[in-house]
Design a protein around this ligand. Sequence first.
Ligand SMILES: [Zn+2]
Ligand SMILES: [Zn+2]
Length: 170
Amino acid sequence: MNGADVFWLFQVLPHPDESLGHFLGRFRRANDLSRLGLAELLSVSGVMVRNWETPSRQRPPSSSELESLSNGIGVNRETLVQMLPPDSSQLHLGTRLCPVCYREVPIHRRAWQYASVERCERHQQSLRWQCPACGTSLRLPALWESGICEHCWLRFSEMTDERSANGRAQ
Ligand SMILES: [Zn+2]
Ligand SMILES: [Zn+2]
């Protein structure tokens, strides 16, 4: 092992609207890395990676951490900056999603992290923070591997407003 080991990493391209936490989860799974594994790769602490994947901790990467992240995972710094969560004054602490956006592209979008946003602007769907079938809260986007409720396995793409209005005319 030496300092040039980055070459064995699989490159993962971020979607322009993707949140940093979701992207880091995808990157780790593509490269079979735990949080600690990614931390070691970047020479940072495991707590740091956990913080970056957990916006509610309100410890996004600092300027120097962004530099390490950018060098380590091969995504340019400007792109990473665009994926950062909003400032703490605007941040919605719980994880949310629009089921129709997720059906189109299975990513967690940064736009859903704004506390002022209640509905998806494109689909007029309520942003979901829990499963409409069983009430389980959504997991951290970094852990969204299969796109289903971890308790009852309802697909994220099926968590629409129509579903909660069962029996009512659409
Ligand atoms: Zn949407
Ligand atoms: Zn459920």
